[in-house]
Design a protein around this ligand. Structure first.
Ligand SMILES: [Zn+2]
Ligand SMILES: [Zn+2]
Length: 195
């Protein structure tokens, strides 16, 4: 496997609050990964891929996380067989059994993940407090969650370093506290996978 390039594909799941930001996320994800390994490309899927309403739970007004993963795994099966990591990003709210919500979920065995960005938007919690820095904060938060889910796809678990992007976040406060970067231990593991 030495010297084999891997590819990360970021797939927009909504147009709203995703399409205009996706190049920023791509750049951030590539920036972090390329500092760890030379064997990775990050690309954006050129079209919006609408999620089926069969994945929407009308009683909770949220998408069902595992249903999104199944849908993406099915659609991108051929790419997956070629070693591509697929991460869907949508301006949606999602949950999984036993959880009120998730910022994202990953299925490492299938190389598929998603990030549900609605609760990462400062406007979800406040309309005035973040007025001036909404764009930057939103870009950063979603970048972190993409890199977090990607870490899972690369075989990483949660990290006890609260500044590491692989630390688990229960709230946006924890998302804001962690950096966009993998700690040294997590970086080393990624470098091994992507070499
Ligand atoms: Zn996680
Ligand atoms: Zn770490």
């Amino acid at each position: 496997m030495a010297g084999m390039r891997s590819k990360v594909l970021i797939v927009p799941l909504t147009r709203c609050f995703v399409f205009d930001f996706i190049e920023d996320w791509r750049r951030n994800v590539y920036g972090v990964l390329s500092s760890i390994s030379a064997y990775i490309d990050v690309e954006v899927w050129p079209e919006v891929l609408k999620l089926p309403m069969s994945c929407f739970d009308w009683s909770r007004k949220q998408y069902v996380g595992p249903c999104i993963l199944d849908y993406l795994a099915d659609l991108f099966r051929d790419l997956r067989d070629g070693g591509v990591f697929v991460i869907g990003v949508g301006y949606i709210d999602a949950y999984d059994e036993g959880l009120n919500f998730v910022f994202g979920e990953a299925s490492p065995s299938r190389g598929i993940a998603f990030v549900s960005a609605q609760r990462l938007d400062p406007v979800f919690y406040s309309t005035s407090e973040y007025a001036g820095k909404r764009y930057d904060l939103y870009v950063k938060r979603v970048s972190k969650e993409i890199l977090h889910e990607l870490g899972h796809l690369l075989g990483l678990g949660h990290c006890s370093d609260p500044r590491c992007v692989m630390s688990f976040s229960n709230s946006v406060f924890e998302v804001d506290y962690k950096t966009m970067y993998y700690c040294e231990r997590c970086s080393t593991k990624i470098a091994e996978v992507l070499s």
